[in-house]
Design a protein around this ligand. Structure first.
Ligand code: NOJ
Length: 536
């Protein structure tokens, strides 16, 4: 039993994709002042903290995941003074603030990369990145056969004939973490933001950073691009990376020792098995790592049960808690993903997404909600090619339309775009076009309708915080017919989900405390989840 409550263990964190949250300047792009204006909305929803997607100076080739300066704010999003106001306002409301830190790669506009380009092969400036001579008679072939995650070769050639490594786009050169200057620079970056009062960091590509020291050829060089996952065993998940997380953990603990505020490191860890994932959350490494297997599971009772059981067994055993996630800015939204067929806002997809949300909020551990998830926003599937900005679209020769549809700016109010997203004139255009049907999902309508997704999330979060043991401990599976999952939790909570297409008897008698759809006593309708209090 833990002697002290660690806030992050059962926290519900809301991911703010800054450029699509709320625009305070009228340029059609969300900003930090917009996030500050939205804090009361988030407080009402009941989240414990926010994670801000990257807002640092950046040429925006990958929407800020190409950082040119780790210690400033891009004028697109505000400035450091506005950032300080945001942190102070969040602190007053009791909302923690996590930043998104990008240590695997930077922008090709970063001053150190520019210096590397201007320096000679073999120089200390080049040693901070992966520069190498090419193969073939004139060095015209890349140093190895790796492909980048977003498509195309992982190497680009520079003027003097050398090549540099980029596991994402050519505008995102990978840092060489074997260079001590890189380690020291990131210590400085962490301290810069911790000194400004942040509560922790979401770490981008946390299984990256180190590459196999010899950069050998891969047996399956296109595997990353094919699976869109970090599966090249030579480019990711190298043992040395754990040393970095130990270092960052002790740096955070140094701050906690000073002021008693516990800081959180949550990693975007994409590794093949739950067991390997567990290594990243050992007690002296990251506090948490997103468990993406739930997000990757199809709408199927057996698939959900398998990933939940594996996570509980392998991750909970480390002393961390599982960090559940159903949506983020890289994935098709649940309403559409679970829809059959995948159409915008299909009733079935929405019912399943509501059920999945109640399931997630009943599980032990922490949960992350991606902005718009609480509104039941569907994926925008019909954006015209000429507005798409995701580099994956460009890098795959316009074949993969993946990440723009979940990044469309939020609707706040009104009947027509920009739906209150931008404070500019009516002609102000959000950076991605909002479909007309977003009117149905606007926050003002959601707040006024007790049957909305918003109320389901708010009620789930309220109940969660009134059942303090819910975030900790284990779950016990109950016997259920095929296609149905039910489990009991601390404080007598029972959660059941009917993944099937016909009603089934409820595992508990009486009216549920909360359900994702109409749920008469004794019955669990199709595509519905419910919570009961019971002494089962
Ligand atoms: C993962 C982020 O979530 C994604 O949006 C980004 O493109 C890649 N990492 C590269 O930084």
């Amino acid at each position: 039993m833990l002697s002290k409550h660690h806030w992050w263990r059962d926290a519900v964190i809301y991911q703010v994709y800054v450029r699509s949250f709320l625009d305070s300047t009228g340029d059609g792009i969300g900003d930090l002042a917009g996030v500050r204006a939205g804090l009361p909305y988030l407080k009402k929803l009941g989240v414990d903290g926010i994670w801000l997607s990257p807002f640092y100076p950046s040429p925006q080739h990958d929407h800020g995941y190409d950082v040119a300066d780790y210690c400033d704010v891009d004028p697109l999003f505000g400035d450091l003074a506005e950032f300080d106001l945001l942190v102070a306002a969040a602190r007053r409301l009791g909302i923690k603030v996590l930043l998104d830190i990008v240590p695997n790669h930077c922008s090709s506009e970063h001053p150190w990369f520019r210096e590397a380009l201007e320096s000679a092969p073999g120089s200390t400036a080049r040693a901070r990145f992966h520069f190498a001579d090419g193969r073939g008679p004139d060095g015209g072939e890349p140093p190895n056969n790796w492909h980048a995650m977003f498509g195309g070769p992982a190497w680009s050639r520079v003027g003097d004939g050398q090549w540099y490594l980029h596991m994402f786009t050519p505008e995102q050169p990978d840092w060489n973490w074997r260079d001590p200057e890189v380690t020291a620079e990131f210590d400085r970056v962490l301290r810069f933001w911790l000194d400004r009062g942040v509560d922790g960091f979401r770490i981008d590509v946390a299984a990256g950073l180190y590459k196999h020291p010899e950069l050998p050829d891969s047996d399956d060089p296109e595997a990353d691009a094919r699976t869109r996952d970090s599966v090249n065993p030579l480019a990711w998940n190298q043992p040395e990376v754990h040393e970095v997380w130990r270092r960052w953990r002790s740096l955070c603990e140094e701050y906690t020792a000073r002021d008693g505020r516990e800081r959180l490191l949550v990693g975007e860890v994409s590794v093949p098995t739950a067991r390997e994932h567990a290594l990243y959350v050992r007690p002296d490494e990251l506090h948490q790592a997103f468990f993406f297997d739930l997000l990757g599971a199809p709408w199927d009772a057996d698939a959900f049960r398998k990933v939940i059981s594996e996570a509980m067994q392998d991750i909970a055993g480390t002393g961390s808690t599982v960090t559940w996630v159903l949506n983020n800015h890289d994935q098709v939204r649940t309403v559409t993903r679970y829809g059959e067929p995948a159409t915008e806002g299909s009733g079935l997809g929405a019912a399943r997404a509501r059920a999945a949300a109640l399931l997630m909020l009943a599980l032990p551990g922490a949960a992350y909600i991606y902005q718009g998830e609480e509104l039941g926003l569907p994926e925008v599937v019909d954006l015209p090619d000429d507005v798409l900005t995701d580099p994956i679209f460009r890098r795959t020769g316009s074949r993969a339309r993946i990440r723009d549809g979940c990044r469309v700016p939020l609707p706040w109010s009104g009947q027509a775009s920009p739906f209150g997203f931008t404070s500019g004139a009516e002609s102000a255009k959000p950076w991605l076009p909002q479909p007309e049907y977003f009117a149905e999902y606007a926050t003002d309508r959601a707040l006024a309708d007790t049957r909305s997704f918003w109320h389901l999330y708010r009620d789930g979060l309220q109940l969660r915080s009134s059942l303090p043991q819910l975030g900790e401990g284990t779950l016990q599976w109950l016997d259920t017919p095929p296609g149905v999952l039910a489990f009991s939790r601390g404080d007598g909570l029972v959660c059941a989900v009917n993944f099937g297409t016909a009603p089934t008897p409820a595992p508990v008698s009486g009216t549920p405390l909360l359900s994702s759809g109409p749920c008469p006593a004794g019955v669990l309708p199709a595509a519905t989840a419910a919570w009961w209090l019971s002494d089962l």
